[in-house]
Design a protein around this ligand. Structure first.
Ligand SMILES: Nc1nc2c(ncn2[C@@H]2O[C@H](COP(=O)(O)OP(=O)(O)OP(=O)(O)O)[C@@H](O)[C@H]2O)c(=O)[nH]1
Length: 479
């Protein structure tokens, strides 16, 4: 009896030990797999990509692609430290130190024509005066820190806190992006309706006399479509109705939908060029005037990219407003993206340069640079934005220049947009605050007048209130 108990206990202990051993092996395997994850390869546009996300994925309705259209590759500029083919190893020190390189590039960029900012009140803000000594110092400091961090590449357990790329953030849950288009519909429905209700009422009423056509025109103009787009829509609608196939209210709705969608140019490339290219991260510049939602959009975009499996570095080149860098840093911490920021009032170009240098050194997939809000009337500041772009291009091409526009400001937004388009080659527009009192018709004008596609829309202040722009879904939301 006693012997049986003892045997039972022995068997139990043996089984327990075996179970622990198996669990231990499984755990250590899993750990190893997690660490090895960054080598996972993906095919994107026929090119091999390295997924360094650690498997943090979310289904996404967003479309990302490789750039190459925002800027031509940097002209025969001395290509800084030809990156090693086996990329993600952080920065082997270059022959020219990062600080020297930064200094040289900023000095070269400063030779380019920069409009004097003499009596411009905005230009009197700290840091806007000239780039020379102060900014060079900032670059030197930050470039040095980037280099030394890269040199002191940590052994697994000795992780330095100063690492610019994400220090143990508590990551947010990111809402799946799939449902965002239906959310777009709901949000727009709050403030839209002009096009839908009145147009469908008129079209559905049967034969249209000239008064009705005029009313249709007025409705479209009031919805912010502008005269050119309005005329085009009316002409196309007349043609549709002339076919005699529009007999019911449903036919009228379908015809109106067809015409509006066609007017929104569904053929335009709306993918955000945010995928890395061989040897370097994609660079996205986020530009626009104060308060339109640049920082918020940069943060929201970072979330989507991280959810899509990308390693993201944020560049806080909005040095005019200290809170903007703090705001961006918070976004980064929540989502697991690193940040490079300069001193308040530092030269934005130096921060942008430093961000890209750090991004290259750390092997991130994309660097999102949030720039300062610039009043479009301040030529000097606009020139400075040109400088930001030129300086970045010395390192790597800028893949995407996203202009953020506040949809609620209507015509003013368009005026701003045109000035920005003169200074930098815009590749896409983000239209924010479409959840507000915006009239959706502004989308038609922006695309028509700028020739640049609306790629993303902001639908609220919430972290996940960013959606890809889709002409069909957008028109559905209007009707
Ligand atoms: N309703 C709504 N509010 C938004 C949206 N996007 C941004 N905002 C709000 O707009 C305000 C300004 O946003 P910011 O991101 O600070 O704007 P900014 O362009 O970076 O401003 P500056 O740093 O001053 O140049 C904030 O209160 C945001 O929450 C949106 O899509 N909808």
């Amino acid at each position: 009896m006693n012997t049986q108990v003892i045997i039972g206990i022995v068997i139990g202990v043996v089984l327990l030990v075996a179970l622990l051993a198996v669990t231990g092996v499984a755990l250590s395997r899993r750990r190893r797999i997690t660490l090895a994850e960054p080598t996972q390869k993906q095919e994107v546009d026929g090119q091999r990509q390295v997924d360094k996300s650690g498997g943090y994925q979310a289904g996404t309705g967003f479309s990302f692609s490789q750039g190459g259209t925002a800027t031509a590759p940097p002209p025969a500029a001395p290509k800084p430290a030809a990156p090693k083919p086996a990329a993600p190893k952080p920065a082997a020190p270059k022959p020219e130190s990062a600080a020297e390189e930064a200094e040289r590039i900023l000095a070269e960029a400063s030779d380019a024509p920069v409009t004097p900012v003499a009596d411009d009140p905005i230009a009197q803000l700290p840091g806007t005066e000239t780039e020379s000594e102060d900014s060079a110092m900032v670059v030197e400091e930050s470039a040095e820190s980037a280099t030394s961090e890269a040199e002191a590449e940590p052994e697994p357990e000795a992780e330095p806190e100063a690492q610019p790329v994400a220090a143990e953030p508590v990551l947010d849950e990111i809402a799946p992006t799939e449902g965002r288009l239906s959310r777009l519909r709901g949000r727009l429905a709050r403030s839209q309706g002009a096009i839908g209700t009145s147009m469908l009422g008129l079209l559905g009423a049967g034969d249209l006399d000239e008064d009705s056509w005029e009313e249709i025109e007025d409705t479209l103009v009031m919805a912010d479509l502008g005269t050119a787009a309005t005329e085009a829509v009316v002409t196309d609608l007349r043609a549709e109705l002339a076919t005699g196939k529009v007999r019911t209210a449903e036919d009228a709705r379908a015809a109106l939908r067809r015409v509006l969608v066609a007017q929104l140019r569904p053929d335009l490339d709306r993918a955000v060029h945010a995928l890395p290219h061989a040897g370097g991260p994609a660079v996205v510049l986020v530009v626009g005037v104060n308060g339109v939602g640049k920082t918020t959009t940069t943060g929201k975009l970072a979330r989507v990219l991280v959810a899509d499996g990308r390693r993201v570095l944020l560049g806080a080149a909005d040095t005019f407003r200290a809170a903007a860098a703090d705001q961006l840093q918070t976004w980064g911490e929540r989502v697991g993206a690193g940040i490079v920021r300069g001193a308040e009032g530092a030269d934005p170009a130096s921060v942008a340069f430093d961000s890209v240098a750090t991004g290259i050194a750390d092997g991130v997939d994309v660097v999102l640079i949030d720039t300062a809000g610039r009043l479009h009337t301040k030529t000097g500041l606009m020139d400075e934005l040109g400088k930001v772009k030129r300086v970045v291009e010395k390192k790597t091409p800028v893949d995407e220049v996203l202009l953020v526009l506040d949809a609620t400001v209507g015509q003013n937004g368009l005026t701003q947009a045109k000035v920005f388009a003169e200074v930098v080659d815009l590749t896409g527009v983000v239209l924010t605050k479409l959840d507000g009192t915006a009239k959706g018709g502004i989308v038609f004008r922006i695309q028509e007048e700028l020739g640049v596609p609306v790629k993303l829309v902001g639908l609220g202040e919430g972290a996940d209130d960013l959606a890809p722009f889709d002409p069909g879904a957008f028109v559905d939301a209007l009707l």
